[in-house]
Design a protein. Structure first.
Length: 473
């Protein structure tokens, strides 16, 4: 009697593990990229008196070139990483970041400095979505909330590291030192990524390069961000700003029309049919709207009103690190209940901003630091859930695209927060900085609280952390 044939069943190929060293390297990359958004602000006084002799407009572009290119290229960069390799995109981004820093450090004219900042911004656009998508593809589902919490902490700490580093360099070194430091740092990070980070599978069904869509989307975001960022200088109703908004709206609408007709669009607008994704994107923008509004007035308040030096002003922001470092670990345990986490975090940010709006010359720093702790706790509570709400609403092979959407919401929120705060300060200039700061932060706090209500409603009443998949394109 013949024995039955044995069938050999091969188990599926195991997914590469995410070593702790790789997690640290990825988080360090995004921290460094985010730090350059804020660091330059504390060097503006030194730049204005430097041998470059920049005009006020050139100073503004020195600050903003990085964030404009960063935000404008995030979605295309995330899609390219998904299709052609996330680790390769990350290494290319670190190379571009270092090249831009070198160009900035060697600048002999303001135009070269602005160009260098733009090149570094393009590198950051490749770095940020690649780091998150590698985490999402490699981390086991049970460990994903903790990995995202660590990534979110790195983003928050990046802004604080930029403030600290910019303040110390502004106090003791030349502005060129900021960029020279970034060159070997980027090289070290590239070596760490190459050694520790596993390669992930390429998403062959991810969108192919879409040059028309990329140009329309990047041009539209550039025009809209130009209007947001330049509005404090020219005025919200000036012809230049209104034209920028009009051009941006036309280009974004043209991109949507092109994407709906294309067989392989860079970004299918129908992904916004997900209620969860819309709410999470709005909540992310609101969080950074509040955070960067605070960054914008914090150093000025501490230096102009309290009389602190640049280094001391940078160190005084340290309380914002506490909640961002501790609360995300707690929030990761509540990943299945995003509604109270997101709503509660945004409300804490609004409450903290209202508290800081009461600060004046006689306010003890200890009280001011307490309000910073409240804002920090709110940010650490809501950001992991908001990030997961965006990337979790898309298919796994579009992790880079989801990261690009999430980070774009951050950068647009940050730019809008700075613009609104700067405009309000200018409108209250006759009453002194403290009065203008109080008015600006009250406006920002009300916007964040209103966004909290809208975002909480957008998450629905379900206690599940699963994304809304009813309208998946």
């Amino acid at each position: 009697m013949l024995s039955p044939a044995r069938t050999t069943i091969r188990p599926p190929a195991p997914r590469p593990a995410l070593p702790r060293s790789a997690l640290l390297a990825l988080c360090a990359c995004v921290l460094v990229a985010q730090s350059m958004v804020a660091a330059i602000n504390l060097l503006v006084p030194q730049l204005s008196s430097s041998s470059l002799h920049p005009s006020s407009s050139e100073l503004l572009w020195t600050v903003d070139a990085y964030v404009i290119v960063f935000a404008g290229l995030l979605i295309p960069a995330g899609a390219l990483g998904d299709r052609y390799g996330r680790k390769g995109a990350l290494l290319c981004g670190l190379g571009l970041f270092a090249a831009g820093a070198t160009l900035s450090a060697l600048a002999t004219t303001p135009a070269v400095l602005v160009a260098g900042r733009g090149v570094s911004g393009a590198g950051a656009a490749l770095i940020t979505p690649a780091t998150m998508s590698i985490l999402l593809r490699v981390a086991a589902p049970a460990h994903r909330p903790r990995a995202l919490a660590a990534w979110t902490l790195a983003v928050g700490l990046g802004g604080l590291a930029g403030n600290l580093g910019g303040g110390l360099i502004g106090q003791y070194l030349s502005w060129r030192a900021l960029f020279w430091v970034m060159v070997p740092l980027a090289a070290l990070l590239a070596a760490a990524v190459a050694r520790t980070t596993p390669r992930t599978d390429r998403a062959v069904d991810a969108p192919a390069p879409d040059p028309v869509g990329t140009l329309l989307l990047t041009g539209g975001l550039f025009a809209l961000l130009f209007g947001i960022i330049e509005s404090p200088l020219y005025g919200w109703t000036s012809a230049r700003i209104l034209a920028a908004f009009a051009v941006g709206a036309v280009l974004v609408a043209s991109f949507a029309a092109h994407a709906l007709r294309s067989r392989a669009p860079l970004l299918d607008p129908r992904v916004f049919g997900s209620r969860r994704l819309r709410a999470a994107s709005l909540g992310t923008a609101a969080c950074f709207f509040g955070l960067f509004s605070l960054f914008y007035v914090n150093s000025q308040y501490l230096q102009y009103v309290k009389g602190y030096g640049a280094a001391r002003a940078g160190l005084a922001i340290i309380p914002l690190t506490v909640g961002m470092a501790l609360v995300p670990r707690l929030a990761a345990r509540w990943s299945g209940r995003p509604r109270p986490v997101v709503g509660g975090g945004l409300l804490l940010i609004g409450l903290g901003l209202l508290g800081t709006s009461t600060a004046g010359a006689s306010t003890p720093y200890a009280l001011y630091a307490c309000w910073l702790l409240v804002i920090s706790a709110g940010t650490g509570l809501c950001m992991p859930a908001l990030t997961l709400g965006v990337v979790g609403s898309l298919p796994a092979h579009q992790a880079g695209l989801g990261s690009g959407l999430s980070t774009s919401a951050r950068e647009v929120g940050a730019a809008l927060g700075v613009a609104v705060t700067g405009t309000t300060l200018a409108a209250h200039a006759s009453g002194g900085f403290a009065d203008g700061m109080a008015a600006a932060l009250r406006v920002v706090a009300l916007v964040v609280v209103a966004a909290a209500a809208v975002v909480t409603a957008g998450y629905g009443r379900s206690g599940s952390g699963s994304p809304d998949r009813r309208r998946r394109p």
